[in-house]
Design a protein around this ligand. Structure first.
Ligand code: FMN
Ligand code: 7N5
Length: 356
């Protein structure tokens, strides 16, 4: 079954309001559409007579040595789409050797998520995503939870000073979690009520000091997610980021930003190899992975496709999504005459219709 078919099955399975929450974007959904369409505008110029029957696609990421080049981006509330929720996602990602980013908005506590990943693989990599919280003690408590659970990196999402305006959710009246679901990691934190969507505050006044404080307060590497401006990528590195995730939140925050992959080259230049640059948004095929890696991304994240796999088939569906992308990417690498990711270089990416 292709990713497209899994998406279709998920659409038929899900409550339309939940489907819209996952599928939707901000505003007129221009950025949502642009993320996927941008990949259509790139083509790959293969190199010939230099390939290998054995290919190595593993990458080193912070807190995740020798991992898959495709990771599970943080997406909220997995129990809304499948009763096994984040436990299924965790087992699937671990079994496929992919980093799982769980986070503040998970409907399963991080301790249980890491335990489930460990059932599926001896040394899984689970990262924990958080937002800059106005109260330092709340961030500190969340970080302790992630550390105690065994997470190997933190991800600070910085593209959400305020929550995006999701037109579908506003139309559907979906503005908080239904009864019976909670953001489990927010339970019993100092000064924070449990645990609905509205209890995960965004901080319009957060500054670079938040990042510096987070980095100071943990031994874990901290990646910064949601960077689009090259100067912000430089600032993030200067404030201690161990990695940059180029992302526009899957078109769910500003509806006026460029497609994520179109921002990638400038950020790769700005970071100049000091830390790995990752990307998410619109990745749907192995060739999209190849384009992003050729343009300098170390790895790419999948948001919605993982949720569609989970909704359609639980753990097996998430495994299928990750395995499909891995196989398609490996095949593309072979067709491009590559034996390792580094064999994909920026000169091999051209605008559709010809060489640039
Ligand atoms: C339903 C949903 C929930 C999300 N929740 C979060 C979140 O809690 N934290 C976060 O940093 N990003 C969140 N994101 C953004 C994803 O991490 C990622 O940036 C985006 O989905 C990538 O685009 P794609 O869906 O086209 O793969 C969410 C995305 C979706 C679709
Ligand atoms: C406060 C929950 C965050 C979920 C999120 O980031 C999204 O729906 O895009």
């Amino acid at each position: 079954m292709t990713l497209r078919e899994l998406h279709e099955r998920a659409r038929k399975t899900l409550d339309p309001v939940v489907y819209d929450y996952v599928a939707g974007g901000a505003g007129e959904e221009r950025v949502l559409a642009a993320n996927e369409r941008a990949f259509d505008d790139y083509a790959l110029l293969p190199r010939v007579l230099r390939g290998s029957a054995v290919r190595d696609t593993a990458v080193d990421l912070p807190g995740a040595p020798r991992t898959a080049p495709v990771f599970v981006a943080p997406t909220a509330f997995h129990r809304l789409v499948h009763p096994d929720g984040e436990l299924a996602t965790a087992r699937a990602a671990a079994a496929e050797g992919a980093v799982l980013v769980t986070g503040t908005a998970a409907t399963t506590a991080v301790r249980e998520v890491v335990a489930a990943a460990r059932e599926a693989a001896p040394d899984p990599a689970v990262w924990f995503q958080l937002y800059p919280h106005p109260r330092g003690e709340v961030t500190a408590a969340l970080v302790r939870r992630a550390e105690d659970a065994g997470c190997t990196a933190l991800v600070l999402t910085v593209d959400s000073p305020v929550f995006g305006r999701h037109a579908r959710d506003l139309r559907n009246g979906f503005t908080d979690l239904p009864p019976g679901y909670a953001a489990e990691n927010m339970r019993d934190l100092p000064g924070a009520p449990p645990g609905g969507l509205l209890d995960i505050p965004m901080s319009p006044e957060a500054g670079w000091a938040h990042l510096a404080e987070l980095v100071r307060g943990t031994a874990l590497p901290v990646l910064v997610k949601g960077v689009l401006h090259p100067d912000d990528a430089r600032q993030a590195v200067e404030h201690g980021a161990a990695g940059i995730i180029v992302s526009n939140h899957g078109g769910r925050q500003s509806d006026a930003v460029p497609a994520a992959v179109d921002c990638l080259p400038a950020l790769v230049d700005a970071v100049a190899g000091r830390v790995p640059v990752l990307l998410d948004g619109g990745v749907r095929r192995g060739s999209d992975v190849a384009v992003a890696l050729a343009l300098g991304a170390r790895a790419v994240g999948l948001g919605r496709p993982v949720v569609w796999g989970l909704a359609a088939e639980g753990e097996a569906g998430v495994r299928r999504v990750l395995a499909t992308l891995r196989d398609e990417y490996d095949h593309t690498l072979a067709l491009c005459g590559g034996r390792r990711n580094a064999d994909l270089t920026a000169d091999m990416v051209v605008a559709k219709g010809g060489a640039r």
